[in-house]
Design a protein around this ligand. Structure first.
Ligand code: SF4
Length: 263
């Protein structure tokens, strides 16, 4: 994957005269901005370091075999983890094998995966994806992606019906330890609020921009993704960011914007 050009160094706002003369030095106030990053890549590493300290480092091990990861990730689109898991289990209990899922009546498949949102769209996409894999590979197996360069693997996955950049990058990072960064809604929101990407950057561009800020080390990218996701679920939530409990306050643009609501 081509790594985007590094962004221009970010200049931390100069401290105002009023700040400088304040009886309590701003650098000692809770959550005060204490960092002067010479580039966004430094800021990204500081975010990563703080989240590692908060949530720990996870071993980069495949949690599911690649076909399971691929189809589960399709089921996870706009669906929480509990319902994704339920949909997957119902599907496999009813149709037993990938062949059974591919050959199933599409309405019956949609009913089986109905805990997942947009089941009526996902059911035909899953069947078309299984068919494409079988026809291309002669079996329901995508282990060959381990040996493909990242760009080629991404292209192959993105050509499958219902597979977008988040699903493709997640499979490549989680199962094959490739240097890509899945950007889900939590990773996207936290990155925007902290200021690693601009407020108008969409998910697809965020993937490229964030990747360019980080070392191309799969284990680091894996932990960065999981920790931002956890942070977005627990602290930097959509409607009520719990800034008072956040380890990123000092480095967060949203927190230092006087016009934003914080909790
Ligand atoms: S300080 Fe607030 S807005 Fe910034 S990352 Fe933390 S919770 Fe989110």
């Amino acid at each position: 994957m081509p790594r985007a050009d590094r962004q221009k160094p970010e200049q931390a706002p100069a401290r105002s005269r009023q700040d400088a003369q304040s009886p309590m030095d701003a650098r000692q106030a809770p959550g005060a901005r204490t960092f002067n990053f010479s580039g966004l890549d430094q800021k990204a590493l500081e975010v990563h370091r703080r989240l590692l300290e908060a949530y720990g480092e996870r071993a980069h091990e495949a949690r599911r075999e690649p076909m399971h990861e691929l189809i589960s990730t399709i089921l996870s689109q706009r669906t929480n983890w509990r319902n994704e898991d339920l949909a997957y289990r119902r599907m496999m209990e009813r149709f037993v094998s990938w062949e059974g899922v591919e050959q199933a009546d599409v309405t019956a498949l949609a009913e089986a995966i109905s805990p997942s949102n947009f089941a009526e769209v996902k059911a035909p996409n899953i069947q078309r994806t299984l068919r494409a894999i079988r026809e291309a590979r002669g079996e329901y197996n995508i282990d060959f992606l381990a040996d493909l360069p990242v760009e080629e693997g991404l292209r192959w996955l993105l050509a499958l019906p219902g597979v977008g950049l988040k699903t493709a990058t997640l499979v490549l990072l989680f199962c094959f330890r490739k240097s890509v960064l899945p950007v889900d809604t939590h990773v996207h929101r936290v990155s925007q609020r902290v200021g690693l990407i601009g407020p108008k950057v969409m998910h697809e561009a965020a993937h490229r921009l964030l990747l360019a800020l980080l070392p191309p080390e799969p284990a680091l990218l894996y932990n960065f993704h999981l920790n931002l996701l956890t942070h977005g679920q627990k602290i930097c939530t959509f409607s009520r960011p719990r800034c008072s409990k956040c380890v990123l306050r000092e480095v967060c643009d949203y927190y230092h914007d006087p016009t934003t609501e914080k909790y």
